[in-house]
Ligand binder design. Structure first.
Ligand code: N13
Length: 278
């Protein structure tokens, strides 16, 4: 049977996206807790994003991975579209990052390992995310991360022009170079963004953060410095992801096998237990 708004009890607001608000919600008959996103059709028409939302619904409803936020279903009434999204118990990752300033290496390594697994899953389906950044990552009840917001994801390869309204920090060189947007780019753009994400987890700010003009220039030249407090293994992985030539970026399987990841993820039992006891 088609779900309607009456099937849900609406709770506290969870966040506000570009288009629409998200509420904690409980499905009455089953008690199932979810995040209900409300999009106003009028806003989508104005923003000329109906096609993008349709594509995102189609992409996300077919994805099943522990580190990719689930879209369980959707329904609509005259004025609004409702998305039944997975509720992530610990909310938005970027809030945790801003509060902590920067993450300890073992935590950053676990997050990067989970991101690599999620990206491997998406790339196998020829989906590139194209908008990897802390703001698009949520944290589940067991501390696992969940990529959300596939608004920019499309099937690779692709040369769609896109108007960037978000931060430039995560864009790869092939998309900031003049005319770059008209070149073909593929999943390897997510490898660059994974390197930027890893840097921001460990340092607390993005590697090319500057004025917009300078950010573009520093990205195009790959000009960044890794602070000395970052371990040599972590520095090695950052350098192997933030490579100007997309074909020379470390593939995801090698990211998962990198010494920095193995050091912190295989010992997850001992290390984390040790961490908890300290
Ligand atoms: O817009 C999004 C992504 C998205 C997810 C969310 C979102 C925001 C917050 C949460 C939360 C959440 N849990 C919290 C716990 C504590 C504090 C805040 C929290 N937010 N769980 N799940 C969420 C999901 N907002 N926007 N997807 C989308 C859009 C159009 C079509 C489509 F198929 C998917």
């Amino acid at each position: 049977r088609e779900l309607t708004l009456n099937d849900f009890e609406i709770g506290k607001p969870l966040g506000k996206g570009k288009f629409g608000r998200v509420y904690l919600a409980r499905e009455r008959s089953t008690g199932f807790i979810c995040a209900l996103k409300v999009l106003h059709k009028s806003e989508l028409v104005q923003g000329k994003v109906e096609k993008q939302v349709r594509r995102e619904v189609e992409i996300q409803s077919n994805l099943r991975h522990p580190n990719v936020l689930r879209l369980f279903g959707y329904f609509h009434d005259k004025k609004r579209i409702f998305l039944v999204l997975e509720y992530a118990g610990h909310g938005e990752l970027y809030k945790h990052l801003r509060k902590a300033g920067k993450f300890e290496e073992w935590k950053a390594a676990q997050y990067i390992a989970q991101m690599a697994a999620a990206l491997k899953y998406l790339h196998k389906k020829h989906i590139m995310h194209r908008d990897i950044k802390p703001e698009n990552i949520l944290v589940g009840i067991h501390g696992e991360i969940k990529i959300s917001d596939f608004g920019w994801s499309v099937h690779a390869p692709n040369n769609r022009r896109q108007t960037m309204c978000g931060t430039l920090d995560y864009l790869p060189p092939e998309m900031v170079k003049p005319g770059g947007k008209d070149n073909f780019y593929d999943e390897k753009i997510d490898l660059w963004s994974l390197g930027v994400l890893m840097y921001e987890f460990l340092v607390g700010e993005a590697p090319f953060e500057d004025t917009p003009v300078m950010t573009q220039r520093r990205i195009a030249r790959g000009e960044m410095t890794v602070p000395s407090f970052v371990s040599p293994e972590a520095r090695d992985l950052i350098k192997k992801l933030l490579v100007l030539d997309p074909s020379k970026r470390l593939p995801l399987t090698e990211v998962e096998q990198h010494p920095w990841i193995l050091k912190h993820c295989l010992a997850k039992g001992g290390e984390r237990a040790a961490h908890r006891s300290s």
